[in-house]
Design a protein around this ligand. Structure first.
Ligand code: GAR
Length: 215
């Protein structure tokens, strides 16, 4: 069974979705550790309650990004994971770190990349007036919030949306697509061809989302 390490910085709801999928038999992976860069990350307690090894490496205790990333890599490598899963891990990673885990480091981002990389994605989507927003799971490359896309989910944006209501609609989809992406990885169905992801086997049926829907 593939071994995965999950990196978090806070709430950890995507991590919880992965644990729930594993517990439901929908995600055949061994979640060997959850690591946070913040000692007070709420998700650490959740992971510990689920019987998963937890660690924190406080980035504030390091002189620079490279030193923190080296300590983080050392901790990750102790668990010999096949895949490193960033789930709300809010630290920019150095190029050396990203290269070390090339092809086995994935991230979830709360927008339809390449739109809205960075922070405050829901607020920016509202300000731009887009009608469709969403989330993306992608392989991590040295460019921030960039890299071969594995799966995306789109949601409509309504006229009366607030940042919170839109974030909640997107988060519901994040909790669906992240377990799906990890499952595909675990099943060996993902490959990279010319910098793009190929998914082996059945792609299922996708329907078009039109927003607003009209009468
Ligand atoms: C999620 O919405 C995730 O997409 C986002 O942080 C949130 C973490 O929530 N990640 C990023 O913005 C990374 N650029 P969670 O801790 O409840 O999973």
């Amino acid at each position: 069974m593939k071994r995965i390490v999950i990196l978090i910085s806070g709430r950890g709801s995507n991590m919880e979705a992965l644990i729930a999928a594993r517990d439901a038999g929908r995600l055949p992976v061994d979640i060997v550790a959850v690591i946070s860069n913040r000692p007070d990350a709420r998700g650490l307690e959740t992971a510990a309650r689920a019987g998963i090894a937890t660690h924190f490496i406080d980035h504030k205790g390091f002189a620079g990004r490279e030193a923190f990333d080296a300590a983080l890599a050392g901790c990750i490598d102790d668990f010999a994971p096949d895949l490193v899963v960033l789930a709300g891990f809010m630290r920019i990673l150095s190029e050396g770190f990203v290269r070390r885990y090339e092809g086995r480091l994935i991230n979830i981002h709360p927008s339809l990349l390449p739109a809205f990389p960075g922070l405050h994605t829901h607020q920016r989507a509202l300000e731009e007036g887009v009608r469709i927003h969403g989330c993306t799971v992608h392989f991590v490359t040295p460019a921030l919030d960039h890299g071969p896309v594995i799966i995306q989910a789109a949601v409509p944006v309504f006229d009366d949306d607030s940042e919170a209501s839109l974030a909640a609609r997107v988060l519901t989809q994040e909790h669906k697509i992240y377990p799906q992406a990890v499952r595909w990885f675990a099943e060996g169905r993902l490959s990279l061809v010319d910098g793009r992801v190929r998914l082996a086997g059945d792609h299922g049926s996708a329907v078009a989302l039109v927003a607003p829907g009209g009468a």
